[in-house]
Structures are given as structure tokens and as C-alpha cells.
Design a binder for this molecule. Structure first.
Ligand code: HEM
Length: 228
């Protein structure tokens, strides 16, 4: 039974890691090829092309920051990486945290201009604030030596940054059902991260009920999520 659970967790973590890396690379790609003004309607480009240059700079800063955080997060959550290369975990941890802060702060500036209007301002705005707050709380926890709290805050932070994946998958899944991009997109300012955070909280609660946290480096069996 334990082997089945372990295999399931490994597959789950592998899937999260794969989709995170894929979207981190794929989402900014169209914006790197040509200037915003020449992108036509692809992505949300035409909406942002009409904005002043400082907004373009914020958008690119956001893509680089949040994209990098999404790219590096799976390695940070992997217990295998942490056990074998603790120095890599520490160095990449700082890079990931700074990337989340930069991407989140830029996201907070973009939220009030969202194509989803007030709904976008509220949903993406709250996401941005939390995605800055959680890594800070995780960093403060590890500074005071509380590795368990550190890991919990970083799992929650990953649930937030995974919004980058859920936003795109969500629109893709909803579009054939609701018929219009605007209607599908309207679900996403909250729908891209609230479910992720609920699932993360559920996983953390289950762990808490299952017993004391696994010591650092011993959590490989959990496929990386249950790891100090
Ligand atoms: C911390 C979580 C995040 C927040 C708060 C956030 C916020 C935002 C906001 C407000 C916009 C403008 C969208 C609109 O006008 O409706 C945006 C666009 C964008 N974001 Fe994020 N975002 C986050 C995570 C990510 C991640 C992980 C990526 C991955 C690369 C990403 C890549 C992009 C891209 C490429 C755009 C341009 C629009 C598009 O083509 O989809 N964001 N983001």
C-alpha cells in the first residue's frame, strides 16, 4: 500500500514539475520574439501595446520574475535535490524567493490594468500580495530554524506560482464550454490560484495528521512534497 502511495505521489509531483517548467518556458515565448506593438492579438499583447513604455517594462519584469520562480520551484520542492545538494537548495532558494518577490510586485502593478477589469484587479491583486507574503514568511521561518514552517510556507507559495499554469490550462478547458475568451478568462483571476491553495492546505493538513514531519533529507518517499 505504501509503495502504491509513493508511486502516486511521485507521478503527481512529476506532473506538477513538468507542467510548471513547460509553462514557464512557453508563456513568455511570444513576447520575446517581437515587440508588443507587432504582436497583434496574440496573448494579451494588444491590450498592453496601447499602454505607456513603463507598463511594458513592468510586464516583461513580471514574466521574467514569475517565470523564473515557476521554473525553479519544482527543484526547490524536490526532497532528492535538497538531500543530495543542500547548497544548491540554499542558493536556488534565494534566487527563487527574489524572483517571486519581483514577479509578484510587478504582478501587483499589472493587476489594476487587467483585461478582466475589477475582477482581475481583485483576484490577481490578492494573488500578487500573497505571492510576496508567503516566501517572506517562509524565509523568516527558516531564519529562526523552523524548517517545518518554512516548508509549509514554500508549499503554499508554489500553489500560488502554479497559477501561471492553471490560468492557461483553465482558459483552454473552459473555452469550448463557455464559448468566449472573455467569459472563460473571467473565472481565472481567482480560479487560477484559490483551488491550488485549498489543495495545498489539504495536503499539509493530511501530513500533520499523519505524524511529525520527516527530518530534512528523508522525504524522498513523498516525491518531494513531504520534505523538510
Ligand atoms: C504570482 C503569481 C502571478 C500574478 C499575481 C500574476 C499577475 C499577472 C497579471 C495581473 C497579468 C496581466 C493579465 C491581465 O491583463 O489580465 C499577467 C500577465 C502575464 N503573466 Fe502573470 N501572474 C502570476 C504568475 C505568472 C507566472 C508563473 C507566469 C509564467 C511565466 C506568468 C506570465 C505572465 C505572462 C506571459 C503574462 C502576459 C499575458 C499572457 O500572455 O498571458 N505570470 N500576470
Amino acid at each position: 500500500m505504501a509503495t502504491v502511495l509513493t508511486a502516486r505521489r511521485r507521478i503527481g509531483f512529476g506532473w506538477l514539475a513538468l507542467t510548471a517548467v513547460a509553462i514557464a518556458v512557453y508563456a513568455p515565448l511570444p513576447y520575446l520574439g517581437s515587440p508588443l506593438s507587432e504582436m497583434g492579438d496574440s496573448g494579451l499583447a494588444s491590450h498592453y501595446a496601447a499602454k505607456p513604455p513603463w507598463v511594458h517594462a513592468v510586464l516583461y519584469t513580471h514574466m521574467v520574475g514569475s517565470g523564473l520562480a515557476l521554473l525553479l520551484s519544482p527543484a526547490q520542492l524536490s526532497a532528492g535535490v535538497r538531500r543530495r545538494w543542500p547548497v544548491v537548495h540554499r542558493v536556488l532558494g534565494r534566487v527563487t524567493a527574489v524572483a517571486m518577490l519581483v514577479g509578484g510586485a510587478a504582478g501587483a502593478v499589472l493587476a489594476p490594468m487587467s483585461i478582466a477589469g475589477l475582477n482581475g484587479a481583485a483576484g490577481f491583486g490578492l494573488l500578487a500580495v500573497l505571492s510576496v507574503a508567503f516566501p517572506v514568511l517562509g524565509f523568516l521561518a527558516v531564519r529562526r530554524g523552523d524548517v517545518t514552517a518554512h516548508r509549509r510556507w514554500m508549499v503554499r507559495a508554489f500553489a500560488l506560482i502554479y497559477a501561471g499554469v492553471m490560468l492557461r490550462v483553465g482558459v483552454l478547458v473552459l473555452l469550448p464550454v463557455v464559448g468566449e475568451f472573455e467569459t472563460a478568462y473571467a473565472f481565472m483571476p481567482f480560479g487560477s490560484w484559490v483551488p491550488n491553495l485549498l489543495v495545498a492546505e489539504w495536503v499539509l493538513r493530511r501530513e500533520r495528521r499523519a505524524g511529525p514531519p520527516v527530518p530534512a533529507g528523508a522525504g524522498v518517499a513523498a516525491g518531494g512534497v513531504r520534505s523538510g
